[in-house]
Design a protein around this ligand. Structure first.
Ligand code: FPP
Length: 273
């Protein structure tokens, strides 16, 4: 266990951090932010009030992740399904909220050495939002600390479709389709997340036990942490609690646990009389 606590954590965060093993922090955490609507409903507020409160949760989570030196954090902000199935007023509100967040947050991202990236079909978003996104990415491009990826108009199935199309295009521009070679590395190299390690931990708020079309390929071996906390109430402290739970799990990647592997090895040894 390590006791050197990074600067900037508050008292409660420090308490949880002290019990973490800093050598085994996740390299990439993905979060499905859920429960904004329910948070608002419980307070007899319109749904958009939950989204507005969700920005405070984003800010706290991002800052804590950067402070403890998590290399990559990916937030599921807006799915392709959200875009198609929610009332236009709510979608417009989310777009304005995102634009405002990007404008307001760039100085803080720079202060924390955070580089901004996006995954999803950006070209389908409104032009002014795309321009703001490009501006914010540019403005943080030289930062060398945590990579914050926002999934916007994202769908894992669309990502796989885009990856397969991209593989076929690459082959046809590189000697023809007969040069197409498909294996796991090739697929991974054509995903939106090609520059990121696969997430070790995926967090979902508000108690739902679903992946909801989020990073289906990349989450193959991720530990799943579901908390009943609704997204607008989520803070850096909850992220640290999720990491603590993650560190209690044993990751096997389809293999055996240490004890079983040992027992098998013993059984395979020749018997000496
Ligand atoms: C899920 O809650 C949340 C969303 C669809 C939007 C997420 C947006 C934010 C957290 C704020 C803006 C984000 C950024 C990065 C600026 P829900 O509406 O599905 O909640 P419900 O399941 O309770 O209805």
């Amino acid at each position: 266990m390590q006791h050197k606590v990074p600067a900037g954590l508050d008292h409660k965060e420090t308490e949880v951090y002290r019990h973490l093993d800093s050598a085994r922090l996740p390299k990439h955490i993905a979060i499905i932010m859920d429960g904004n609507g329910r948070w608002a409903k419980r307070r007899h507020l319109p749904r958009v009030a939950g989204h507005r409160a969700g920005v405070t949760a984003v800010r706290s989570t991002v800052e804590t992740a950067a402070r403890i030196h998590i290399p990559a954090l990916t937030l599921y902000a807006f799915s392709e399904e959200n875009w198609k199935k929610r009332p236009k007023g709510e979608v417009d509100f989310l777009m304005r909220l995102l634009s405002r967040y990007l404008k307001a947050e760039v100085p803080t991202l720079n202060k924390n050495n955070i580089r901004l990236e996006y995954i999803g079909r950006q070209h389908e978003l409104p032009d002014d939002v795309q321009e703001r996104m490009a501006w914010a990415r540019e403005a943080t491009a030289n930062n060398t600390g945590m990579v914050l990826t926002l999934a916007l108009n994202y769908s894992a199935r669309s990502e796989l479709v885009d990856a397969f199309r991209s593989m076929v295009n690459a082959a046809s521009q590189n000697g023809g389709i007969e040069h197409l070679r498909i294996d796991e590395d090739a697929v991974a190299r054509h995903l939106y997340t090609r520059h990121l390690p696969d997430p070790d931990l995926v967090v979902r708020t508000s108690g739902e036990m679903r992946l909801s079309n989020f990073l289906l390929w990349q989450l193959a071996y991720a530990e799943i942490y579901v908390t009943p906390t609704l997204w607008p109430d989520f803070r850096g402290l909850h992220l640290l609690e999720g990491i603590s739970e993650y560190q209690k799990r044993e990751r096997r990647y389809g293999g055996l646990n240490h004890g079983e592997a040992h027992a098998h090895a013993e059984a395979a040894l020749p018997v000496h009389k």
